[in-house]
Design a protein around this ligand. Sequence first.
Ligand code: URA
Length: 240
Amino acid sequence: MRLDKFLVATGCCTRSVAKKQVRAGAVTVNGQVPKTSDVNIYEGADAVTYCGAPVVYRKYTYIMLNKPEGVVSATEDGRDKTVLDLLPPDVRTRGMFPCGRLDKNTLGLMLLTDNGELAHKLLAPKSHVGKVYKFKSKFPVSEADAKRFEGGLTLEDGYETKPAKIELMGAGDEGLITLVEGKYHQIKRMLEALDNKITYLERLSFGPLTLDTALDRGQWRYLTAEEISALESHGQKDKL
Ligand code: URA
């Protein structure tokens, strides 16, 4: 694999930055400073450093995105901008997809990856991966409704939700919701089952991942090595 591609694949930088950094002498390959990116790298065999730090090759790419309003969590869409359209073309490689879905008007943490096996594991209903959302509702949620919410509700299609968690704040019309499942429009439908309505929804965490507050809406970054291993070892059920 070419050196610039290798630097992109390992999450160091984008292709244009990689080329500049190689020319600037910020990259070494087996102790040598190559003049251009036209060098073949054998992953796992060649020792590469970037800005003085060793570069660890990873087979898969993992990205955290702060999803803005108005984009859809799909790989392509005939009408709307997708979460993948927010990535530069060299990062938006074939096989990248959003791990789970957020509605078009829901904001916040979205994991994008090309690791289908891990995504499948994280999304499997039996994995019970916890997701925390910040919400605002049209009307305050009463203590009685919060109890019903936490016990599991029957949605309009007859689906019985699993127990969830709701933490009310302020006047009770905002707070945090934790789900361990992810049915279509689940939170909106749960609030509707309480004759209420969601007016704002933002995902703050997904399993062990927490939305990086340094990311503005629409911005993304690669996951850190710690975040990747936390996701990989996240096989156990989340407890509410
Ligand atoms: N529940 C919803 O209703 N929408 C989302 O985007 C996520 C959870």
